[in-house]
Write a protein that binds this ligand. Structure first.
Ligand code: PHB
Length: 406
């Protein structure tokens, strides 16, 4: 069978939030792209991922014209609760840094982006197979794939973007890369249940038996997690056992209890930190999970992917419009500054709240003192509030005066 040859300006491997957002931003800038994705659209729609958007992620969705549904269907959270020693301590994001986050599941972000691409006539090919990238260091790199109807394609482009997730295939073309990696000795046990919310905002809890997180999806569906062993099997956990574990980790003198309900999904989530440097090789640039993974404690994964493509769209515009080939050189440094800050924050939140296997009494007391230091002063809480709501996009260094806008 002969290959169908075509060309575009930017070839994007991966049709998750990073790939679709980039394709959207490029179209706004008048730049053509083709997105290819191995999963069918319906499969991505049913993948449950994290649910918290930083203030600038919300702005990007709304201001770039993807959709303003997040402002209607999302829930603004003006803070979170840190819970330890049996009591809750509120971190007031609005009071500390004048910013909020939004509870808006990744599935909804994907739906908005996929609908916007369809609405605007974007070229997105779902359910492709046999993908490979070729000639990435030449000025005419290409993506090869077989479409869902079985036809073979070769798309040549000016630039290729690898936005193909944590099991990235495109990443292997970044020759000479350095990979930074950290494995953690625990995982998260995640559930979805049919119940009303137990709290108005997220609760990050440190119990003696380990971490727990109380999040939400809708008024009728709740998302909760508790720290478990990476080898844990979901089949060993009955509903009763799950509820007694979660209730135990949240219990305290204030009498707080979770509202229970039927559990309809159980998953063990892997936990690791990873960075690939550089994020570029020749005319191939990596974005999102393809280049970095963070533990979910800081809710940074999706937000980092969106921050990458915001930078990438700017860089590509300069490259394409002004034929400025040095533009691509800026990408790695600009993106990595935020990536490593998010790595540090996610690692810090993780070690602040999880029970580390083999921890001594000293370690446990020290951890409680660290939590007391965070909640006990404006200085302690402000780092958390600033990092959690997202560092300002324009100035990566410290608060900008425009911060009053939430
Ligand atoms: C979620 O709602 O799935 C969620 C929220 C906050 C996190 C991680 C996951 O830090």
């Amino acid at each position: 069978m002969s290959r169908i040859l075509s060309s575009t300006t930017v070839g994007i491997v991966g049709g998750g939030p990073a790939g679709l957002m980039l394709s959207h931003l490029l179209q706004v800038a008048g730049i053509e792209s083709v997105v290819i994705e191995t999963r069918p659209r319906e499969e991505i729609e049913h993948t449950h991922r994290a649910g918290i958007l930083e203030r600038d992620s919300v702005r990007l969705l709304v201001d770039s014209g993807v959709s303003d549904r997040v402002l209607r269907d999302g829930h603004e959270h003006r803070g979170i609760d840190l819970r330890f020693g049996g009591t809750s301590h509120r971190i007031d994001f609005q009071g500390l840094v004048g910013a909020s986050t939004w509870l808006y599941p990744q599935t909804d972000v994907f739906l908005d982006l996929a609908d916007a691409r369809q609405r605007d006539g974007g070229d997105v090919r779902y359910a492709v197979t046999g993908t490979s990238v070729v000639d990435v260091t030449s000025d005419r790199p290409g993506m090869l794939f077989t479409d869902s109807a079985g036809a073979e394609h070769e798309v040549r482009c000016d630039v290729l973007v690898g936005a193909d997730g944590s099991r990235s295939m495109t990443r292997s073309s970044v020759e000479g890369r350095t990979e930074y990696f950290r494995q953690y000795p625990f995982a998260w046990f995640g559930i979805l249940c049919e119940a009303p919310p137990s709290a108005e905002e997220l609760i990050y809890a440190r119990g003696d038996a380990g971490f727990a997180l109380i999040s939400s999806r809708t008024d009728a569906i709740q998302r909760m997690y508790f720290q478990c062993s990476p080898e844990e099997s979901v089949d060993d956990w009955s509903e009763d056992r799950i509820w007694s574990e979660l209730q135990g980790r949240l219990a305290g003198e204030d009498g707080f209890t979770l509202t229970e309900g039927r559990i309809f999904e159980k998953t063990v989530l892997p936990f690791r930190s990873y960075v690939c440097e550089p994020m570029r090789h020749g005319n191939l640039l990596l974005a999102g999970d393809a280049a970095h993974t963070v533990p979910p404690t800081g809710a940074k994964g999706l937000n980092l992917a969106l921050a990458d493509v915001r930078v990438l769209a700017e860089v590509l515009e300069r490259f394409v419009r002004k034929s400025d080939s040095s533009a691509l050189d800026d990408y790695t440094d600009r993106a990595l500054t935020r990536v490593w800050k998010a790595q540090n924050f996610s690692y810090w939140m993780t070690t602040l709240l999880h029970a580390l296997p083999g921890a001594t009494h000293f370690d446990a007391r020290r951890q409680l003192a660290e939590l007391e230091s965070v909640v006990g002063s404006v200085g302690g809480s402000t780092y958390l509030a600033e990092a959690y709501t997202g560092w300002p996009t324009r100035s990566e260094r410290g608060l900008s005066p425009g911060r009053s806008c939430r």
